[in-house]
Design a protein around this ligand. Sequence first.
Ligand code: AHQ
Length: 236
Amino acid sequence: MTVILSTELFSASLRAVGTDRYHHLHPVHKRMNAGEMTPAQIRTWVANRYCYQRSIPVKDAAIISNCPLREVRRTWLHRIADHDGIADEQGGIEAWLRLSEACGLSREEVLDERHVLPGVRFAVDAYVNFARQQQWPVAVASSLTELFAPDLMSERLSAFQRFYTWVPAWGFDYFKSRITRAKTDSEEGLELTLKYCATAELQQSAIAALRFKCDVLWNMLDAMQMYFDWHLEMTP
Ligand code: AHQ
């Protein structure tokens, strides 16, 4: 018999997931933030993360398509425009393509995803399909990895500015935008999760969804690490 958690305990349980499973702990991010990645490795990370970035609005559209509540759809809708852009706003995907160009990748080789590793693609596809198949409050909960993202974003931006000076600063717009947006988006997602995961079963599904999402992010970096290990010419 699953017992329903108080709001405080449910929130704490969600946050506890990230403490030891979020990808700020992954060796690839540890090496990145210590300035130990080569330009070729940075380019591999940027090209592979494009597959994740361009999938976020598809994932969010899946959540909206599963949600019968107009007020929740109105709240979540901005996430599609944040990435795809709208009106004069180019959006996060375009900003990621500018990061790619700043790192020496062509738009064409990023857009055609020739560098995307099978393990990255499988993890990203698993995330999008999760959002399509799960109840919308559980899919919302899977986005709460962003509760742990602001610190990582700040650390990453500082690392690029300090160690990867071969990347021109105009490429950093995406990192800068996510520091604040990750905070506001995760606060919004947490409020929806605490409100709509209102049964013991949904609470446990939300906690499991966050564990799953941490594994998605971790698996992407594992795939990149294996590639780096096999391609020693990429190591310093
Ligand atoms: O750039 C990121 C982003 O737009 C999102 C959306 C959110 C989601 O809906 O799952 N998660 C997320 C994340 C982004 N960047 C990752 C990074 O390390 O650069 C972190 C990732 C997340 O924490 O889930």
